[in-house]
Design a protein around this ligand. Structure first.
Ligand code: TZP
Ligand code: MG
Length: 215
């Protein structure tokens, strides 16, 4: 019912870090050409109409690729833009409500920061877990205490659904992330804050390949 998805290289786009909306679309295209498998639009400041517009542009830009488009938090925008999925946090709407609103054909991702929450994930409604922050990061100033790689391994083992790690992650961390049992690495600044997102993506893709071969 839902599209199949590959969490390996999960780009989270923050338009403020990317340098605006045009740059966000360019960044997504370059990163996907460099191997990103999923793209999330995360813009906590944007109105729903702005989210829809950016999401539609991203969707058009990614149409020729296998990368899926996920919308953070804004369920109306996810539905209006016909995105591939929605990602919510613990402070957003309840999982049951999110699943009811998006229906059965969209992917639903859920952020989890603790072992209790990882173990409590409802695998009927939730398709993947975003586990983090692994490391402290200025990208999300209000983040929960960092889990470290040991914490990531603990939560990934408890999660009944595949997981993607987030928080302070760079290419160099990819092998450790896969060794910890996550199915993917999610990055914001490692792509959005670099002058050449395509080249940065290629380096991350190579590190992911190494990580998968070792794991
Ligand atoms: N959730 C937990 S940490 C984080 C989010 C959205 C930000 C990660 O950003 P970066 O730049 O990859 O450390
Ligand atoms: Mg939210």
């Amino acid at each position: 019912m839902r599209p199949s998805f590959d969490l390996s290289f999960y780009l989270v786009l923050d338009p403020a870090l990317c340098g605006g909306y045009e740059a966000t679309v360019r960044t997504a295209l370059a990163a996907v050409a460099g191997g990103a498998t999923m793209v999330q639009l995360r813009d906590k400041e944007a109105s729903t109409s702005r989210m829809v517009e950016t999401a539609q542009r991203l969707k058009a830009a990614l149409a020729g690729s296998a990368a899926l488009l996920i919308i953070n938090d804004d369920v109306e925008a996810a539905i209006a833009a016909k995105a591939d999925g929605l990602h919510i946090g613990q402070q957003d709407m309840p999982v049951a409500e999110a699943r009811r609103r998006i229906g059965e054909r969209m992917i639903l991702g859920l952020s989890v920061e603790t072992a209790e929450r990882a173990a409590a994930i409802d695998p009927v409604r939730v398709d993947y877990a975003g586990i983090g922050p692994v490391f402290a990061t200025p990208t999300k100033p209000d983040h929960q205490p960092p889990l470290g790689l040991d914490g990531l391994a603990r939560l990934a083992a408890l999660s009944p659904v595949p997981s993607v790690a987030i928080g302070g992650l760079k290419a160099i961390h990819a092998p450790a992330v896969f060794a910890a049992g996550a199915q993917g690495i999610a990055v914001v600044s490692a792509i959005c804050s670099t002058p050449d997102p395509g080249a940065a993506a290629e380096i991350i893709t190579q590190a992911i390949q190494r990580g998968k071969n070792l794991a």
